[in-house]
Design a protein around this ligand. Sequence first.
Ligand code: NAG
Ligand code: NAG
Ligand code: NAG
Length: 369
Amino acid sequence: IIRGVNIGGVFLIEPFIKPSLFDQFLILNEADRPVDEWTFSATLGKQEARKQLEEHWNTFVTKEDLETLAEYGINWIRIPIGYWAFNITDDEPFVDGQIPYIERMLEWARDIGLKVELDLHGAPGSQNGFDNSGRRGSPQWLHSRTNIDRTLDALSKMSQLAAEWEDVVYGIQIMNEPSRWKWPAADIFKFYNEAYELVRGISPDTYFMIHDTFLSPNDWPSLVNTTWTNALMDTHIYQMFDEYVVSLDESAHIDLVAKMAENITIFDRSQLGVVVGEFSAATHDCTKYINGLGRGSRWEGTLEGMDRPHCPFDTCSCTGDYGSNYKEFSTHYKRFLRRYVDAQLAIYDREILGWFYWNFKTEGAPEWD
Ligand SMILES: *[C@@H]1O[C@H](CO)[C@@H](O)[C@H](O)[C@H]1NC(C)=O
Ligand SMILES: *[C@@H]1O[C@H](CO)[C@@H](O)[C@H](O)[C@H]1NC(C)=O
Ligand SMILES: *[C@@H]1O[C@H](CO)[C@@H](O)[C@H](O)[C@H]1NC(C)=O
């Protein structure tokens, strides 16, 4: 059973995980402030961006962090990486140089006995338009053959890394969260098939991990080639990114865990093994920058286009239990968090292959840390 934690926000920075990286830009006009790694690097310029990112790669995660995870019973880590660690062009603002730090992490994982999933989390052009792809905006990934070729080049280098560290790297996720809203499943499936040939040619024994593209479990068979071996399905289960779900009360959130797992379990038993590659303890979207830097929340009704707050109370406020300081959490809320996380762990442990909590660390997002 995979009992894992994501090492997110290290090799692909995210404003909500480490807001302090973005505080230096508060002096700029709002419209000029970086919102993702692309604009972070473009604003600083390559030299300064490299200096700040190397410092970040070197310090944000330590061997002690991984030892702590192992002591808690964690047996896997998932490492999100942007394509620009492997394939970069001169005219892109991104900086490379991550690989020695990734290898240092693989060395730590080997010493500690943790298995590793390498996860291609950002694609050229962006596969979903989220800041966590490295570039917020309109997704362009599958629109150009050049982007696809560069993605495959990044995957071939990632597979070589996996092959060199075959006693540590047990899984390769070929693409995180490609958007089904932008491309039909058939287009994404075509890429998955190409990636399979490539990855299998270099790293024959690792798990080949695909993402469900946010389709519902009943539609997952359209993403799967039945000739694949050692393939796994990755799904991400969050309960705060739509208006309906943030309005649910505590017991409804807990009931929804089991409901959402039902068809996933059926797929797991009949098709590919399933891993919940991301989940958290959050049931609100109050967390600073969780919807993107400069954006508000559904909870308080301040997200663009929202006409009213959405929460299970008469008054919706991102303070106290829904603020960023866990020392202010009520005993009741802490008990709820425990019940909600326990409900998820119990089901993913029992019914499917396992799970990866998101995330190992944040600066001020307790339900994600
Ligand atoms: C990136 O991938 C493209 C397409 O395969 C390749 O032509 C190019 O040389 C690669 N760039 C680097 C820096 O490896
Ligand atoms: C499944 O994979 C096989 C072997 O790589 C390939 O020949 C076949 O075309 C794929 N099936 C689909 C439906 O793409
Ligand atoms: C599970 O699948 C059934 C039958 O295909 C469908 O009716 C139901 O809505 C699905 N449940 C969820 C929670 O998506």
